[in-house]
Design a protein around this ligand. Structure first.
Ligand code: TYD
Length: 155
C-alpha cells in the first residue's frame, strides 16, 4: 500500500489541539463532529492543512480526500457505538489512508495512542493523554480499554 501523507482527524468532543488552538472549553460536544487534515511531517510537527493545500502540493487528490472523509466518518459511526458499549466516549481520533490496487483504503493502526477515550461516567482519561499529561497509570488504562472491549490479557 502506498501511504497518503495526510492524517484525518474527527472530533466528537473538544480536547487537545482544538482546545489549544481555538480556546474552546475542553469537554464540549461537537455537533456535527469536526473533520480536520494534518500533513504527516514530523520535522514540521504535523501541521494542519486543508483540501486546497493537499491538492496543490499533490499530497492527495480531491477524489481521494472525499473518499477519506466518507470512510473516516463511517469509522466514527462504528467505533463510537463500539466504545459506548464499554462505557467509553470516543473523543477524537486520527486515521491514515493509503492506495492499494488503485483504491483508497484504511491504513495504520487504531489504538489509544492515536485517539482519545474517556470513561463515559467519570470522564477519566483512558488514552495517551495519561502519558502526555503525566497522569500515570498508562498501561493500566490501556488494559482497561481492552478489558471493556472484551479483550483478555495474559497474566
Ligand atoms: P490533536 O488534539 O489535534 O493533537 P494532540 O493530540 O497533539 O493534542 O489530535 C487529535 C487526535 O488525533 C488525538 O486523539 C491524537 C490524534 N493524532 C495523532 O495520533 N497523531 C497526529 O499526528 C495527530 C495530528 C493527531
Amino acid at each position: 500500500m502506498q501511504m497518503i501523507p495526510v492524517e484525518c482527524v474527527v472530533r466528537n468532543i473538544a480536547a487537545g489541539g482544538l482546545v489549544k488552538r481555538l480556546g474552546v472549553e475542553e469537554g464540549i460536544a461537537l455537533t456535527p463532529p469536526t473533520f480536520e487534515l494534518f500533513l504527516k511531517n514530523d520535522e514540521k510537527g504535523d501541521p494542519m492543512i486543508n483540501e486546497s493545500l493537499a491538492e496543490t502540493f499533490g499530497w492527495a487528490t480531491p477524489e481521494q480526500l472525499a473518499k477519506m472523509k466518507v470512510l473516516t466518518f463511517k469509522v466514527n459511526h462504528i467505533l463510537k457505538a463500539l466504545f459506548a458499549e464499554g462505557d467509553m466516549l470516543l473523543v477524537d481520533y486520527k486515521l491514515e489512508f493509503g492506495v492499494f490496487k488503485g483504491e483508497v483504503v484504511l491504513g495504520d493502526e487504531f489504538s489509544p495512542d492515536g485517539c482519545r477515550l474517556w470513561d463515559a461516567n467519570t470522564r477519566e482519561k483512558l488514552d495517551k493523554d495519561r502519558f502526555r499529561q503525566g497522569l500515570g497509570g498508562v498501561i493500566e488504562a490501556y488494559e482497561e480499554v481492552g478489558r471493556r472491549l472484551g479483550i483478555t490479557f495474559p497474566a
